[in-house]
Design a protein around this ligand. Structure first.
Ligand SMILES: [Fe+2]
Ligand SMILES: [Fe+2]
Length: 415
């Protein structure tokens, strides 16, 4: 995995940021660009800002259906002044990239780079990519770097904030999802809904109501369908839960690529696997029973376990997804099953070890870049069962059967 990071206030994120990220992704072949919002930039202390939660929501909205774009909230969780070197160390520890990390710097920040905390160490640990933000010409930079040589787009967050405040045109400088959040939450002094000609200014949650059933599809999902389902998940889940879902989807994307599986199917199953997590127990039972199966003893005792089954029904009924690999993966992600197909295995694994999960053994994440699918599944399953046992938690029949089958396979193959 070749990874580059782009930090900033993203106040708000705009099309210039996304254009820059896409250029680095394509020009230098980075698999993923991580956007990392600062809790507070050391150079912008005291700047008026919407809440960190608003800024993350806008970033998540801008990344909908884009598998090469990741969002990490590590600096906001750390709070206080953010230093890039701390973030770099965290990214290496958590993401385990197998090449040197790329660090994207706008030329506006590159000018003061030598004043950054442990600047030489940053330059050693990363491949610095300098992008043009304000200066038309190359500037002198005291460390080795890659020149992105991008066009100056002339869009800045500052400019967008001023345009909003002065009631001038700003809406097409940001992705549509970001515009809806700014309008819906009245950020930056925004007082009006979109004028005619923009699409309808749906507020938060409105997408949940406008959900006429889509064309049934049993094939690989389109990006349009994926983005619709991703938007639904983003609006119905807590921010932390949605970040988990998105990171699960990204890891599914990576693993499906590694194992030669349908990447879009994997991404969709990952983004949707917890889409019913915020439903009430009654809603879960009603949705889940629509699959025609009975409830197990454990599901009766703990209805939250039905959220996978409920999500599979929702995908079918509301979004017209009939791809059995996706539906099965979503349905079985919590407990696993001996009958799981390869995409089911990928989703089971990704759900347990994606980057925002805490207390994951780094060795498990390292296996993602070398081990076969069965080996990785066995390791993740062992670790999950060991954790459940340490908590004296019930282990479902499906999980126990899967564990026994994996152990039998292992014994069969050992000399
Ligand atoms: Fe789940
Ligand atoms: Fe999950």
């Amino acid at each position: 995995m070749k990874l580059a990071i782009l930090g900033g206030s993203f106040n708000p994120v705009h099309n210039g940021h996304l254009h820059l990220a896409e250029m680095v992704h394509t020009v230098f072949s980075y698999d993923r660009i991580l956007l990392i919002p600062a809790y507070r930039s050391p150079f912008k202390l005291g700047a008026e800002s919407p809440s960190p939660r608003d800024r993350i929501d806008m970033l998540l909205a801008s990344a909908s259906g884009i598998p090469w774009l990741g969002i990490d909230d590590c600096e906001i969780r750390r709070e206080g002044v953010s230093f890039t070197i701390d973030t770099i160390d965290y990214i290496y520890e958590r993401y385990r990239p197998d090449t040197k990390l790329g660090l994207i710097l706008g030329d506006d920040l590159a000018v003061n780079f030598t004043q950054w905390r442990r600047a030489s160490e940053i330059a050693e640990k990363t491949d610095i990519i300098v992008a043009r933000r304000i200066m038309p010409e190359k500037n002198d930079f005291p460390y080795p770097y890659l020149d992105l040589n991008n066009e100056l787009l002339g869009i800045s967050s500052n400019m967008i904030r001023e345009l909003i405040q002065s009631r001038s045109a700003w809406r097409f400088l940001v992705p549509a999802g970001v515009r809806r959040i700014i309008e819906g939450r009245r950020l930056y002094g925004c007082k009006e809904d979109a004028p005619e000609g923009c699409d309808s200014p749906v507020g938060e949650g409105a997408a949940r109501c406008g959900t006429e059933a889509a064309e049934p599809s049993a094939g690989s999902p389109s990006w349009e369908t994926i983005a619709r389902i991703e938007d639904e998940a983003r609006m119905s889940l807590s921010q932390a839960r949605f970040l988990h879902s998105r990171n699960t989807a990204l890891l599914c994307w990576d693993l499906c690529g590694r194992y030669g599986l349908d990447r879009r199917a994997g991404y969709l199953a990952g983004i949707a696997h917890d889409i019913c997590k915020s439903c009430s127990e009654d809603e879960l039972v009603t949705l889940a029973l629509a699959d025609g199966q009975r409830m197990s003893k454990l599901e009766k005792k703990k209805p939250s376990l039905l959220h996978g089954r409920a999500a599979a029904v929702l995908l079918q009924q509301r979004f017209g997804i009939y791809n059995t690999d996706i539906l099965e993966a979503v349905r079985l992600h919590t407990i696993g099953s001996v009958d799981m197909g390869d995409i089911g295995k990928v989703v089971y694994i990704a759900d347990k070890i994606e980057v925002s999960r805490r207390n994951v053994d780094p060795a498990l994440r390292d296996l993602c870049s070398g081990a076969g699918l069965e080996e990785l599944l066995a390791a993740v399953l062992d670790s999950t069962v060991a954790y459940l046992r340490s908590q004296a938690a019930d282990i479902s029949y499906g999980t126990r059967r899967l564990l026994a089958a994996m152990q039998k396979k292992k014994n069969h193959h050992s000399p």
